[in-house]
Design a protein around this ligand. Structure first.
Ligand code: OGA
Ligand code: MN
Length: 281
C-alpha cells in the first residue's frame, strides 16, 4: 500500500498526488480505492514524473476497475491506446482532432455502454509548444447554476452525436465522411446527470448537438453559454506535461480538452481507460 499525499491545484478541480509507488502495488491493493476516492473529490489527479511503463499503467488501472480493451490493436501492450496526431503512430489520428474541443469521453458509444469511469494518460513525448490538457469540473458547473436554472434545466434532454463532435473539428468534411459519422447512432442524455452518489453534474461538450423540443439555435446557444460558464479561465486546471507525468481524470465529473499544438509535433501520450458502470440519467 502507498501512503498518498494530496494537494489541491485549483479551488474547483485537480490535485497533485505524491507517495504513489506503482512498483509496490499488488492486485487488490487498497491504494486503488484511495485513488478512486481522491478522484471523486478532486476530478483530476496529477502524478508528476511517475515514469510508469505501459504494462505498469494497465496494472495500475486494474486497481481502479475493469480496463477498457475496445481500442486495443494500436499499441503492442493490450489496454494502451496511443494519443498522437501522427498517423504512423495512430491510424485513427484524424478522429483525435476533436479532442481540441471541450468534451466528456464516451457520450456517443457504439451501443449503450456507459461513459468511461476514469482515463489515465501518461506523457511519452511532449509538444514543443501547447499541448496542455485542460480540465473543468462539471459538478461545479451544475452547483453554480441559480436555483431557477437548476429547476428549469432539470428536465432538459440533449441529443449527442459523433457527427456534432467531428463536424466542429472537420468543418469541411465531404458527404461520405459525414455519412460515416451519421452511421453511428445518436444518444439522448439529460442535461443534468444525477449520479449514484446523489451529486449532480452538467453533461456538455462537443458531442452535445441540440436540446430536445427547443428551437435549434436557442438550444445550441444555451449549450454554448453553459459550456463557457463551466470552462472560464478561473475554472480550469491546465496540465503542462513533462515526460513521465501521469494524469487521471474522473470522466464522469470533468470536461477536458487538449490545448492546440503543432500538428507535426511528435507529442505522444499513452492512454488507458477504466470502464464505467454508471449510465447518464
Ligand atoms: C483523451 C483526450 C486530450 C489530450 O485522451 O480522451 O481527450 O490532451 N486527450 O491528449
Ligand atoms: Mn477525451
Amino acid at each position: 500500500m502507498s501512503l498518498l499525499t494530496i494537494t489541491k491545484l485549483t479551488a474547483s478541480v485537480g490535485a497533485e498526488v505524491t507517495g504513489l509507488d506503482p512498483g509496490r502495488l499488488g492486485p487488490g491493493d487498497p491504494t486503488g480505492q484511495a485513488v478512486l476516492d481522491a478522484l471523486e473529490d478532486n476530478g483530476v489527479l496529477v502524478f508528476r514524473g511517475l515514469r510508469l511503463a505501459p504494462e505498469a499503467q494497465v496494472d495500475f488501472c486494474r486497481l481502479l476497475g475493469e480496463v477498457d480493451h475496445s481500442a486495443d490493436g494500436h499499441h503492442p501492450v493490450a489496454g494502451i491506446y496511443p494519443i498522437s496526431l501522427n498517423p504512423a503512430k495512430n491510424s485513427s489520428a484524424e478522429i483525435l482532432k476533436a479532442t481540441f474541443d471541450w468534451h466528456i469521453d464516451g457520450c456517443t458509444p457504439l451501443d449503450d455502454e456507459c461513459p468511461q469511469k476514469a482515463t489515465v494518460l501518461s506523457a511519452v513525448r511532449v509538444a514543443e509548444w501547447g499541448g496542455e490538457t485542460e480540465f473543468a469540473n462539471s459538478y461545479a458547473a451544475y452547483d453554480e447554476l441559480t436555483d431557477e436554472e437548476k429547476e428549469r434545466f432539470g428536465s432538459l434532454r440533449v441529443v449527442h452525436s459523433l457527427e456534432a463532435s467531428q463536424r466542429r473539428a472537420h468543418p469541411d468534411a465531404g458527404p461520405e465522411q459525414v455519412a460515416r459519422w451519421r452511421s453511428r447512432r445518436t444518444h439522448e442524455h439529460p442535461l443534468v446527470w444525477t449520479h449514484r452518489s446523489g451529486r449532480k453534474s452538467l453533461v456538455l461538450g462537443a458531442s452535445a448537438d441540440y436540446v430536445v423540443g427547443m428551437d435549434l439555435d436557442e438550444g445550441r446557444a444555451l449549450l454554448q453559454d453553459l459550456l463557457e460558464r463551466a470552462t472560464g479561465p478561473d475554472k480550469v486546471y491546465s496540465h503542462e506535461w513533462s515526460v513521465g507525468d501521469t494524469v487521471i481524470w474522473d470522466n464522469r465529473g470533468v470536461l477536458h480538452r487538449a490545448a492546440p499544438y503543432d500538428p507535426a509535433s511528435q507529442r505522444e501520450m499513452l492512454r488507458t481507460t477504466v470502464l464505467g458502470d454508471e449510465p447518464i440519467r
